[in-house]
Design a protein around this ligand. Structure first.
Ligand code: SF4
Length: 284
């Protein structure tokens, strides 16, 4: 597969200069390197600017309800483990409306790649304060500055037993491609939180703002097998912001350990001769 094989005829509607373009490019490159076939790949999104991504990729696609890509992606993967499933959210979708799904999917170690377009604002609805907006962030929804402190998705995922935790930057496409490539190769839940400038509504966290601050964990000698070091790095935010792979560990996935799915995945099980009478009598 070539990156252009994933193109679709749909006109990409994101604002010119949006960080989503860098994510889409890195994603297509990483998918091509894995030679992911469109009929073996499922793209699941939530609601928000990121939510259009199934329309822009030549693969199976499911644009779900707000905050719900993870439960839908979980269902797809458990039903058919031969499919490569990539789930997408924005910061509002994944770390606000869908926070409970985020927590439980991390600790279950579902075999998914979860990519979050984190622009620290609600972009689609024209710029309200989101769960990752900085404390004091001024917007139409917090004209006196955000009172709450932001969610820290990296720290949250680490404390929740996630087996692959990374952060990329949409302005560093090659580096991001490598993270997505590794995330797709990982067996288990792979979180890739992406710093994604929203050029139309977030005038604070711009490309320039990030470029002055981001540095690569691998250049700093970080060891991704060291959980304590990953935890320390997770709380680094301000003058220096780390990007790269924070943590990776091998662990059986939820699908590996679920007795009903151990031998045969759901979509291949022959259910024609199952006698449901006993269960029906018990419940009705
Ligand atoms: Fe991108 Fe922001 Fe435009 Fe949405 S509103 S497409 S996040 S620049």
């Amino acid at each position: 597969m070539k990156p252009t094989d994933y193109n679709t005829p749909t006109w990409v509607q994101w604002c010119p200069g949006c960080g989503n373009f860098g994510i889409l490019m890195a994603l297509k490159n990483a998918m091509a390197r894995h030679d992911l076939k469109p009929h073996e790949t499922v793209i699941v999104s939530g609601i928000g600017c990121h939510g259009k991504i199934p329309h822009y990729l030549n693969a199976y696609g499911f644009e779900t309800l707000h905050g719900r890509p993870l439960p839908v992606a979980t269902g797809v993967k458990l039903a058919n483990r031969d499919m490569k499933v990539l789930a997408f959210s924005g910061d509002g979708d994944g770390y606000g409306i869908g926070t409970c799904h985020f927590i439980h999917t991390m600790r279950r170690n579902i075999d998914l790649t979860y990519i979050v377009h984190n622009n620290e604002i609600y972009g689609l609805t024209t710029g309200q304060t989101s769960p990752t907006s900085e404390h004091g962030f001024i917007s139409g929804s917090t004209p006196h500055g955000a009172i709450e402190y932001p969610i820290n998705p990296i720290a949250l995922a680490l404390s929740d037993h996630a087996t692959f935790v990374a952060r990329g930057f949409a302005g560093e496409v090659k580096h991001l491609e490598e993270l997505i490539y590794k995330g797709i190769a990982h067996r288990g839940i792979a979180l890739i939180d992406i710093l994604q400038p929203c050029v139309s509504f977030n005038k604070i966290n711009t490309y320039e703002w990030f470029q002055e601050r981001v540095y690569k964990l691998e250049d700093d000698g970080h060891d991704p097998s060291d959980l304590n070091a990953a935890r320390t790095k997770a709380f680094e935010w301000g003058k220096r912001i780390p990007i790269g792979l924070f943590y990776q560990i091998k662990r059986p996935t939820y699908g590996d350990e679920l007795p009903q799915l151990k031998d045969e995945e759901l979509c291949k099980q022959d259910i024609r001769n199952i006698d449901a009478k006993k269960a029906m009598e018990e419940y009705f």
